[in-house]
Design a protein around this ligand. Structure first.
Ligand code: G1P
Length: 292
């Protein structure tokens, strides 16, 4: 088996304004909204770490510094908790190793492709991962680990995909699937961002996880505006097909679209129901509410 350069860096685009969740997101980044008791960004960072990622790159913007605070050591909090003999293990995943978190700013909201391009100097010549924290992916192993396992086999570029009802495809990036390599791995022959339903090449959508070769940064350099007048990552990836291997991994697990309010509520309910410490209580509450 060919040895592919390991994936050690991940880019998290977190500069978005979060207008869909106003007024909740007026002073708080949407990535810090909690699903039960963990902020969204924490799920994505934990998923990346599980996959062996060591360097976390946040593409951030004005008003988003609280995200970086979340991964710092909170001296006042920790010393007070220690004095009181409280269990602090819950904070373990929030303490980053010094130097592991890097931020770059996206000064103007020109699109996802532009956000990723803002991280080009940090990514350098390494293949890297991208995780969109809005997409909450719950699986064992996690989505990024499943993708890294596939990457170790085929190398090149990979995106995670899942099937949605045909009438929803125009909200997403959609793939044109090619040859099936296995039950979960398919070649990608085309990509289109937010196509009209009638023109979508399939109902398989990009679900917010990517492993890309650094050449995408060069492609993004010359990428014009696409769907919604934004510089789209999907368009830059589409231009790489044919020059580089491109595969889609069908994620085995559950995906929650936390960019929408209903998806956010669904995620909250689903994860609360699965929790050992509260699942049965939440089930009883849900049943009582539904019986009304
Ligand atoms: C972005 C991507 C799109 C992908 C989606 C997943 O769109 O551009 O290809 O399917 O994330 O959530 P956005 O949701 O930022 O419009």
């Amino acid at each position: 088996m060919t040895q592919h350069k390991p994936i050690k860096k991940a880019v998290f685009p977190v500069a978005g304004l979060g207008t869909r969740f106003l007024p909740a997101t007026k002073a708080i980044p949407k990535e810090l909204l909690p699903i039960v008791d963990r902020p969204l960004i924490q799920y994505a960072v934990d998923e990346a770490r599980e996959a062996g990622i060591e360097q976390i790159i946040f593409v951030t913007g004005r008003g988003k510094t609280a995200i970086v605070e979340h991964f710092d050591i909170a001296y006042e909090l920790e010393s007070t908790m220690e004095e009181r003999g409280k269990d602090m293990s819950v904070l373990d995943p929030t303490r980053a190793t010094p130097g592991d978190i890097i931020t770059v700013r996206q000064q103007v909201p020109l699109g996802l492709g532009h956000a990723i391009w803002c991280a080009r100097a940090i990514v350098g010549d390494d293949p890297f991962a991208i995780l969109l924290p809005d997409e909450l992916m719950v699986g064992e192993p996690g989505c990024m680990k499943q993708m890294v396992e596939a990457y170790n086999e085929v190398g090149g570029n990979l995106i995670s995909v899942l099937e949605v009802p045909q009438d929803e495809v125009s909200s997403y990036g959609v793939i044109a699937p090619g040859a099936e390599i296995s039950d979960t791995l398919t070649e990608v022959t085309g990509l289109v961002e937010k196509p009209p339903v009638a023109e979508a090449p399939s109902n398989k959508i990009i679900s917010g996880r990517y492993i890309l070769q650094p050449e995408v940064m060069r492609t993004l350099e010359t990428q014009g505006k696409g769907a919604g007048g934004e510089i789209q990552l999907t368009d830059a990836m589409a231009r790489m097909i044919g020059n580089q291997p491109f595969h889609a991994v069908t994620f085995a697990g559950n995906r929650y679209d936390c960019g929408s309010k209903t998806g956010f509520v669904e995620a909250t309910l689903a994860l609360a129901l699965e929790r050992e410490d509260m699942g049965s209580e939440v089930r009883a509450i849900a049943e009582r509410l539904l019986a009304k």
